[in-house]
Unconditional design. Structure first.
Length: 744
């Protein structure tokens, strides 16, 4: 074997046993980094927690390659620069002052401190030839098995430099095979889970939509190691980028079958000029590495998100009645007052007024006008928001309101006054998406305008209890009149401008709950969710579709953050089926009560009461996805409270085949040694001989109740329920069953 000078250097690097080791660990995962003798920082291990990490000091982590079996001249550099011996995708690329394109970072020091949740690590890397420094940050959440990592790139020189690759992180894997699950989307078709095997080369999952950024694909992925990710077994990396704009995940399998994963802001059209003395902070990449399938990975995310990330993650959530699907733009003050009464009759906490309440010179009677003019339409709502707040108060419900503050219709007073506040091309025809334009959040006056939309409503109406914040257009006409010759900063500057506004709102109104919406679910990432208590999963509220959509989003988000409304979208599905589906997440309604029979109304009222009672289990408990709608004509999920005293099972028969074999549903997460009483809840009431609506009681079962489920009222051990299971499924179509389990 002929050793090249480069490989001799590498052997020297990898031969060192005394080199500095940096351990970033949770209770279940180790990410081990090591400084080579060449001073560069390498990943030596990312996997299940080791009993003795010191054994890794002898670990030969160099990359073997070449048909002659020689050692190739590269290792797994933690934040690979460009222009050196690594011929694959870099984490960082800089055009230095003078045009040099090479960057080689060397370890310059690190700090690690314990925190209340685990540890925080900061590592400094520097180029010896150019004044560029990178700091890598890692927050390791021990119990939740979550690592949050980001990078800060600093220009310590005296001249500006251009950065055109700026990854949040870079992770390496050496496994037999890699299976990527992505979450492809479109309007009303969010989070379609699709899995493929990664082969040599790059698979890039990215978006260039700017504002409604995740319309076509979501900023999260799963990576099954050796085999496709499954719910309960196998190693799976689950990662997500906290960035409400263009993102990019690069998965690159190299010549020897190793994989690198590079999460980043999408560098498309976004070379960033970093001025002397300035820093560039990347978004957070948040990941968990589960050895027990995606189910455990999801629970890691849910626990972490509620505790540390989502606005008011540990707080309560309100049920609501929305008017969008019921009225669209067609309402007035009187009708809204009636709907508020319906909200009260239903038993929800709040009435949420949707689109169509604003604009006077150009009233918002459809989606062609009014966006930008945030005062109530006098002809429709003579008393304005104060009268609506008052009507809600009289009805005994809270009042929430829809806004879409980042947008403008050309038919608006705002656009007439400030045409240069919107992105438009100076020299080409304007392209409209839903008849609207995106306001330029790079511009400080626009940031003030967007902030003022919320601030003015709340200053004048402190009792407004909730906002639904929408964003229906991607960035079109990609030209900022504010940035002038710095157009390449548009996409990143836009998102940073949005965060500045959201930060101001959160600071001034820390307790106001807000729903994040983007033409359905085209915006739901963990940076935005710092400012929002929940998000709208999809405009598609067909309960069958929702079973898939909720299955998909729950991979990364706790159901507490997932707004799910009962509507009339699929009238073939009984109201019970529709409500049971929505009861698996943050329950709301978007329908008129006039279409409900007395029995149906009573059913819904009971279901809301049950949901309120079970909120601690559903919203704050542990979620176990049991049977996937992707694999069967049925689906089931159960939730278990932290103390394992209480659980709820949701089981749905979608479109079973004729005489299909029906499997038992095996629950998860229960205490095997405890006994649980099984109670079917959310049953359709019936009308008795006297014509009265009667709700079935499990505590005092009706002897003539022939439709009672055979297992209702029985007591089983957790062991039995998890190993044998319940006969919760049927062969009926669009049938649902909700079962409460109470430890005895
Ligand atoms: C978007 C939202 C809907 C509704 C409409 C109003 O499509 O996703 O829920 O608010 O806008 O125009």
């Amino acid at each position: 074997m002929k050793l090249t000078s480069l490989s001799i250097i590498l052997v020297m690097i990898v031969g060192s046993v005394s080199a500095q080791r940096i351990d970033i660990s949770t209770d279940k995962t180790d990410l081990i980094l090591k400084v080579g003798d060449n001073g560069r920082l390498y990943q030596t291990y990312l996997g299940e927690k080791l009993l003795n990490r010191a054994e890794l000091d002898d670990f030969s982590w160099q990359v073997h390659g070449g048909s002659d079996g020689s050692i190739s001249a590269r290792g797994w550099e933690v934040y690979a620069g460009s222009g050196a011996e690594d011929y694959f995708e870099p984490a960082l690329a800089v055009t230095h002052d003078g045009g040099n394109l090479t960057t080689i970072l060397k370890y310059a020091g690190h700090k690690q401190v314990p925190t209340s949740y685990g540890s925080e690590t900061e590592i400094t890397l520097r180029d010896e030839l150019f004044p560029v420094e990178v700091k890598l940050f890692y927050e390791a959440y021990d119990k939740e098995n979550i690592i949050k990592t980001w990078s800060v790139i600093c220009n310590n020189g005296k001249k500006p430099v251009d950065i055109w690759r700026y990854a949040s992180a870079m992770l390496y894997f050496d496994r037999e095979a890699y299976f990527l699950t992505e979450f492809a989307s479109d309007w009303a078709k969010e989070v379609q889970m699709q899995t493929q095997r990664l082969q040599y080369g790059k698979k890039i999952v990215d978006t260039k939509l700017g504002s409604r950024a995740a319309m076509h694909v979501q900023p999260f992925f799963e990576l099954g190691m050796n085999k496709p990710a499954s719910e309960t077994g196998g190693e799976v990396l689950m990662g997500t980028l906290g960035w409400t704009g263009n993102f990019q995940f690069t998965f690159e399998v190299d010549n020897i079958g190793n994989l690198r994963v590079i999460p980043s802001i999408n560098p498309y059209a976004s070379t960033w000029e970093l001025n002397a003395g300035e820093t560039f902070k990347t978004p957070d990449f948040i990941f968990t590495l589960s050895q027990n399938g995606a189910g455990e990975g999801s629970r890691n995310f849910h626990d972490w998100a509620r505790r540390y990330q989502i606005k008011d993650g540990m707080g309560d959530r309100m049920t609501l009645l929305n008017n969008w699907e019921n009225t669209y733009f067609d309402f007035d003050q009187e009708l809204l007052a009636q709907l508020m009464d319906e909200a009260r009759d239903l038993g929800v906490d709040m009435f949420l007024l949707d689109d169509g309440w604003f604009g006077n010179k150009y009233p918002r009677k459809d989606d062609r006008a009014g966006l930008g003019d945030w005062s109530a339409t006098k002809s429709k709502l003579p008393g304005g928001i104060p009268a609506l707040v008052k009507a809600a108060e009289e009805a005994g419900v809270k009042f929430g309101i829809w806004i879409e503050p980042e947008m403008v219709n050309p038919k608006s007073e705002l656009f007439e006054k400030h045409p240069d506040w919107a992105y438009t091309l100076p020299n080409r025809d304007t392209y409209y998406y839903r008849n609207q334009l995106v306001l330029d959040l790079n511009r400080p006056e626009v940031q003030d305008h967007v902030f003022n939309v919320v601030d003015t409503i709340l200053a004048n109406n402190p009792d407004v209890a909730y906002f639904k914040w929408d964003c229906n257009s991607p960035i079109t006409n990609v030209f900022s009149h504010y940035l002038k010759e710095k157009q390449q900063q548009l996409y990143i500057g836009h998102v940073r401008g949005l965060y500045k506004v959201l930060e101001r709102i959160k600071e001034k109104y820390p307790d106001v709950p807000m729903m994040l919406c983007s033409g359905g679910g085209a915006r739901c990432d963990y940076e935005a969710l710092k400012y929002f208590t929940e998000f709208w999963c999809s405009d598609n509220t067909d309960p069958v579709e929702r079973l898939f959509i909720q299955w998909g989003f729950s991979q990364f988000f706790p159901v507490k953050a997932m707004s799910a409304h009962v509507t009339d979208w699929n009238k073939n599905a009984p109201i019970k089926f529709r409500t049971d589906v929505a009861s698996m997440a943050k329950l709301g309604f978007d329908m008129g009560l006039k279409n409900l029979s007395a029995v149906e109304l009573r059913y819904v009222q009971e279901a809301i009461k049950n949901w309120n009672r079970l909120k601690p289990v559903i919203l704050d408990g542990e979620q176990y996805r049991l049977v996937s709608p992707y694999e069967y004509n049925h689906t089931a999920t159960n939730y278990v409270s932290a103390d394992k005293q209480h659980a709820v099972l949701f089981a749905f028969d979608i479109y079973p085949r004729f005489a299909e074999k029906v499997h038992k549903v095996k629950l998860q997460g229960l205490d095997p040694l405890r006994q649980y009483r099984i109670v079917e809840i959310n049953r359709m009431p019936r009308i008795n001989e006297k014509g009265e609506v009667v709700v079935y009681s499990s505590a005092e079962p009706d002897k003539n109740d022939t439709s009672r489920w055979a297992q209702d009222g029985k007591v089983y051990s957790g062991d039995y329920l998890m190993k044998v299971g319940l006969d919760a499924f049927t062969t009926s179509q669009l049938h649902s069953r909700v079962v409460e389990l109470i430890a005895q």
